[in-house]
Design a protein around this ligand. Structure first.
Ligand code: GCW
Length: 701
């Protein structure tokens, strides 16, 4: 039985006997020299990994002169010149090679790197090879991360609630830190390092200035010490008004000399305690957070203020581009671009703008954010949401790497065809020094970390894509399933198929054909397309679907908000033209009549009903597939996933019924015959209230 705590690092004994014997006979001694904390972590991981996978005691031998090379061999003695056969030439700091090396007719597995952390990454990769039952015969791997900053963003509050968290409370126990080091902190670091995540922002972007006080910094320091051997840097969210709230100043104006000095002093204090501190992540002038605009200054002034303070220590500012104003009546989708574009090229070298994958907000499907195709002179990092605020919380199975892949592969056409978002965020399109990818974490105190056992795959996949944004979602699913559950193809193949389809299923039963942000208010749990009474227009679902008796959808072409003009001409043209606009984005960009004819010949109205139904049917298929997997999965996790899939089905039907009944009040047309009739009335769905749905903060009540 597995409760899932061990994640993809469960190191189950190799089930194939022939392979097990082969591994056992060729992997008997590990030669390692170093004794740094990272080397000790490597040794521990190999002890655990090889011990579990091979179910045997592995001998460790100190071997002088190896530096950052480790050798796993069948032999008790190695010739002294062995070390010279592998060099780490051409590797960057975090890179590594893994090779089957021959010497004197004997074969050994060698992992080698420039720095300690590269060896750690190489070790995890080596263990992954064994976990996925790979052959050791001709290994020849060279890996270097394509993105520099690979971070999790925790929206964790100091009271341990997690904004948009659905897997329990925050894993940071601020009360018992710094003296009590929960084993979870170490296992969290191992899990992240195993996929190459090299940073963590431990506090919510809706920030609390207290984290910057000495009392809390002591606690952050303790976490940083746990994470350091695993190559993970700690970052903090900086509340822009901190100089007032904890510094006793009267202003937080970024051009005020006292404020400038305050941030310099604070930053110095942090680096004295945490010499490898990563830097600050800032949400400013967005959804009520304070920022430079409170003082008539710009985002540029704000970001550069902090950049100056961090610069002596090589720290970075991750400045969020998720801004929209309650005073700006223009299409919310246009606002970030309008605000940041004029500043392109003016930020200090250690500023990177953190841009959400789409211009609205982590919807089940969004076209890529236009900023990715428009700021050649500013480093841009990607912000994905791993937690499922808009994809069914931790009760729905929706494999997010599929969504991430879709965005990364999108073509911005900034330099003609092939200028993909992946190339923008890894810096290769414009030769940027800084590059990054952030994922809003889905981790909490639940035993299995993520609530849904398959939520682990989203964390895993995010890390793998941050390391290499060109990986395919399918390969990631394959890998994760083998590590987490089983190497049996009879299990891996069907479940992989289920994972790959799962995200589309959610799109279909929640937001088909480009619909977006029709979630119930505040908590975002379940459908609420009828909501239209909130103080800010762009918080209302009716703002986004614009259904009326004529039709439905948000016109973002020239006849509407013209948000499409923010894309390159090729992209604008493709989305504008109804012939070429992919139907999955139809209502994102167009307001169309209910009887508009879709590519399959059906009306838009019927097409909507069919998509909602398809989503429901896809969940039924998922249930079937999972049921057949019973022989391959331990009872505990099998039962867990079965229960969750049943919840998912119920909620998929709820979405279909509530949305179609509501939109029918405008279309006044019959449901398509293939659609199952709604179970309840529209009034019933409208009456459902969930004041204690998880993940909300009082601010949203
Ligand atoms: O999606 C919205 C969420 C807020 C979140 C905000 C953001 C942290 O509903 O909970 O606040 O985005 O990304 O800043």
């Amino acid at each position: 039985m597995s409760n899932g705590y061990e994640l993809w690092l469960n190191y189950q004994k190799v089930t194939d006997d022939a392979l097990l014997n082969q591994y056992r006979s060729s992997l008997q001694t590990v030669y390692l020299e170093g004794e740094s904390d990272t080397h000790l972590a490597i040794k521990k991981e190999l002890q655990m990994g090889l011990g579990g996978l091979l179910d045997t005691e592995v001998v460790f031998q100190k071997y002088n002169g190896l530096g950052n090379t480790l050798i796993v061999s069948k032999y008790k003695d190695l010739p002294q010149d062995f070390k010279t056969i592998v060099t780490a030439e051409g590797l960057t700091e975090e890179g590594y090679i893994i090779k089957t090396a021959q010497l004197n007719g004997k074969s050994h597995v060698v992992v080698s790197s420039k720095e300690d952390v590269g060896l750690l990454y190489g070790t995890f990769h080596f263990l992954r090879l064994l976990q996925t039952h790979s052959s050791l015969a001709n290994i020849d791997i060279m890996e270097m991360p394509k993105v520099n900053i690979r971070v999790l963003n925790h929206w964790d509050n100091l009271d341990r609630s997690v904004e948009r968290g659905y897997a329990g409370f925050s894993i940071w126990n601020w009360h018992t830190l710094p003296n009590y080091i929960d084993q979870r902190y170490i296992d969290y670091a191992r899990a992240n390092a195993s996929v190459g995540i090299n940073g963590t922002v431990v506090t919510n972007v809706n920030a609390n200035a207290l984290i910057l006080t000495p009392h809390y910094l002591e606690k952050v320091k303790a976490l940083a010490e746990v994470f350091r051997p695993y190559g993970i840097k700690v970052y903090l969210t900086a509340r822009f008004s901190a100089p007032i709230e904890i510094g006793g100043l009267e202003t937080a104006d970024p051009l005020d000399a006292g404020v400038i000095q305050w941030w310099k002093d604070k930053t110095k204090e942090i680096y004295t305690m945490i010499p490898d501190f990563g830097g600050f992540l800032v949400k400013a002038n967005s959804e009520g957070q304070p920022g430079p605009q409170n003082y008539g200054r710009s985002h540029l002034d704000g970001a550069n203020l902090l950049a100056d303070a961090l610069e002596p220590y090589d720290g970075v500012v991750m400045w969020r581009a998720f801004v929209y104003s309650e005073h700006d009546p223009t299409d919310r989708a246009k606002q970030a671009y309008s605000e940041f574009l004029p500043e392109d090229g003016k930020f200090k070298d250690n500023v990177i703008l953190q841009v959400k994958n789409g211009a609205i907000d982590f919807q089940p499907r969004e076209p890529f954010h236009p900023m990715f195709g428009a700021m050649p002179n500013t480093p841009l990092m990607m912000e994905f949401q791993i937690t499922k605020e808009y994809l069914g919380f931790a009760t729905h199975l929706a494999f997010l790497p599929k969504l991430f892949e879709e965005t990364l592969k999108s073509d911005t056409y900034r330099k003609g065809k092939g200028a993909t978002v992946a190339k923008v965020i890894d810096g290769s399109l414009d030769n940027k020094k800084l590059s990054g990818m952030a994922g809003v974490s889905n981790v909490g105190t639940d035993i299995n970390w993520t609530g849904h056992p398959f939520g682990q795959a989203d964390w895993y996949g995010f890390g793998r894509l941050a390391w290499d944004p060109y990986l395919s979602a399918e390969d990631i699913a394959d890998e994760w399933l083998r590590l987490t559950f089983s190497n049996d193809d009879k299990f891996v193949e069907p479940v992989k198929k289920m994972m790959i389809e799962s995200r589309e299923a959610v799109v279909n039963y929640m937001n088909p054909l480009g619909l977006h942000h029709i979630f119930d208010t505040g908590h975002h749990y379940g459908p609420g397309p009828w909501v239209g009474n909130l103080s800010r227009p762009e918080w209302n679902p009716v703002y986004y679907h614009k259904a009326d008796t004529e039709g439905i959808g948000f016109d973002r072409t020239k006849t509407g908000s013209n948000a499409l003009s923010q894309y390159a001409p090729e992209v604008e043209e493709m989305f504008t033209n109804l012939e070429t606009c992919p139907e999955e984005y139809l209502l994102w960009f167009h307001h169309l009549p209910w009887d508009y004819t879709l590519k399959n010949g059906r009306t838009l109205w019927e097409g909507m009903g069919l998509k909602y139904q398809e989503g429901v049917d896809q969940v039924r298929d998922m249930i079937k597939i999972w049921k057949a997997m019973e022989p391959y999965v331990d009872e505990f996790r099998h039962h867990q996933v079965s229960m969750l899939l049943n919840i998912q089905l119920k909620e998929a039907i709820w979405w279909k019924d509530a949305c179609m009944l509501y939109f029918q009040t405008f279309s006044k047309m019959d449901f398509p015959k293939e659609m199952e009739a709604p179970e309840h009335t529209l009034e019933y769905y409208k009456s459902l209230k969930f004041p204690y749905a998880p993940g909300i903060r009082p601010r949203w009540d």
